[in-house]
Write a protein that binds this ligand. Structure first.
Ligand code: SAH
Ligand code: SF4
Ligand code: F3S
Length: 455
């Protein structure tokens, strides 16, 4: 069995550190994929006998799980890893590890390994199952540098320590085959591969039995999930049947693969939330082609219309990049126009960041940083104009929110999301956190809604 080596090492570490009361701290950057990987690292560490530390100062092992999707993410990592030098001076037995997407890029990993001699472990995204073996080496005071260039495999059976709460993640697939020309993810996460449906359903059953009511199925492009003849809409049906599950979300959807079958499944399945994150990236067909996105704006708008026709109160969120190489003022204007037309309930907007090794980084006509920033600000103001209209239509609406916490800006209010991801603030007791309550929307609050609980 593939994981024997992993579990043997866990056992040896457990025997060795038993009674030493060692603590770990994991700092995670990037997307949900990384957050969930950190839960697996934490799971392994707890099996080894480590417990969670409240802060880095308190830890005997610090792991940085890194992201490299944009330059900003990399700069932050270098800065924050650099700061731990001092902690290491105060606590010589402290182990410092850096892993994740940025470390899967050999050059960046080597640079970090050389610049920070106090870093004990550097390892890439394909090493999760080897992590205990690598940790054992670090405990033996050997410096670890491990990056494997495999396209990726599906590992089942790793321990997971989930962040407590009502909502959690389940991977349905790993990697990406799309090679959007700006994107580093396929290079650092390997080729697309799907987990077997029964493994996914069993994991969902398990986490529901642990008390999680909301699950987000994770993949870089969930619409192309396929395993044992089961496609994504069929998988949704299987998961929807799990008893005790209350809400089912998924991300991310690629517009080129969003099928009518999936839209119908979203409309029909009671637990599937009426929200879709559908990154458009640009409003210009010319730029979409340069990005290798494989759809046109006409196709995208067709999807938006179908979603709205079939799913009551469906809300759409998106990702947009401005300043892609060669983007003209007209191309950018088309993006602003699209945003006005669609009426997103939220959009994550980014200035294009060249990633070494991607096609777009080598393209002519790179846009100056100042111009990218100008376009980003403009786009954000267009978005801000479109938000209130999208919210006003919910005044008087009755729906369920999952209470997530208390907001302390002004009078303390509970907040939670409707099935369609719209945030609603209500007055109520804190012990409602983690439960689903029925609310009626009375008005707008910042970019969200406020209302009251009804019984
Ligand atoms: N698989 C998902 C998420 C990819 S990363 C998807 O396909 O949507 C999340 C977002 O980061 C992307 O949607 C894109 O908008 C943004 N992004 C990716 N690479 C980027 C780059 N080089 N510069 C700026 N933004 C980028
Ligand atoms: Fe990157 Fe495109 Fe894959 Fe998303 S679909 S991870 S943007 S290459
Ligand atoms: Fe996610 Fe960043 Fe990696 S966005 S997949 S953590 S490069």
């Amino acid at each position: 069995m593939e994981l024997n080596g992993c579990y043997d090492a866990i056992k040896r570490i457990h025997e060795r550190i038993d009674a030493m009361n060692l603590k770990y701290y994991i700092e995670t950057y990037g997307c949900q994929m990384n957050e969930h990987d950190s839960e697996k690292l934490a799971g392994i560490l707890e099996e080894c006998g480590y417990t969670a530390a409240q802060s880095k100062e308190d830890a005997d092992l610090i792991l940085f799980n890194t992201c490299c999707v944009r330059e900003h993410a990399e700069l932050r990592t270098f800065g924050n890893v650099g700061f731990t030098k001092e902690l290491k001076q105060n606590n010589p037995r402290l182990i410092i590890g850096v892993c994740g997407c940025m470390m899967q890029q050999k050059e960046a990993a080597q640079k970090l390994y050389r610049r920070f001699p106090f870093v004990d472990m550097v390892f890439g995204t394909h090493e999760l199952k080897n992590f205990p073996i690598l940790l054992e080496r670090a405990l033996n005071e050997q410096r670890v540098f491990e990056i494997t260039d495999i396209d990726g495999e599906v590992i089942e059976g790793l321990p997971v320590k989930r962040v407590p709460g009502f909502s959690t993640f389940v991977n349905i697939m790993y990697g990406c085959n799309n090679f959007c020309t700006y994107c580093i993810v396929p290079y650092v996460r390997g080729r697309e591969r799907s987990r077997r449906p029964e493994d996914i359903v069993n994991e969902v059953r398990k986490v529901v039995s642990e008390g999680f009511g909301e699950i987000t199925l994770l993949g870089q492009n969930v619409n192309s999930y396929c395993s044992d003849g089961v496609n994504f809409p069929k998988l949704l049906k299987m998961v929807n049947e799990v008893e005790g599950l209350k809400r089912l979300r998924f991300m991310t959807s690629h517009p080129k693969d969003l099928s009518d079958e999936l839209i119908d499944a979203m409309a029909e399945l009671d637990k599937v939330c009426k929200h879709i994150h559908l990154p458009v990236q640009s409003g210009s067909d010319r730029i979409l082609q340069l990005m290798n996105r494989k759809y046109t704006i006409e196709h995208y708008m067709g999807l938006v219309d179908k979603l709205r026709a079939k799913i009551e109160n469906v809300e759409i969120t998106t990702d947009i990049i401005v300043g892609f190489p060669g983007e003209t003022e007209e191309d950018f204007e088309e993006t602003c126009e699209l945003v006005r037309k669609v009426g997103y309930s939220n959009a994550y907007t980014f200035a294009y960041s060249p990633r070494q090794g991607t096609k777009a980084a080598a393209m002519q006509d790179q846009i100056p940083l100042e111009e990218k920033k100008r376009r980003l600000n403009l786009l954000n103001s267009v978005l801000a104009e479109t938000l209130p209209a999208g919210n006003e239509k919910y005044i008087g609406h009755i729906g369920d929110i999952l209470v997530e916490g208390v907001d302390h800006r002004g009078k303390p209010l509970l907040f939670g999301k409707l099935s369609n991801f719209k945030m609603v603030y209500v007055e109520g007791p804190e012990d409602l956190i983690g439960s689903i309550v029925k609310v009626k929307v009375d008005g707008l609050r910042f970019n969200s809604l406020f209302g009251h609980i009804i019984h």
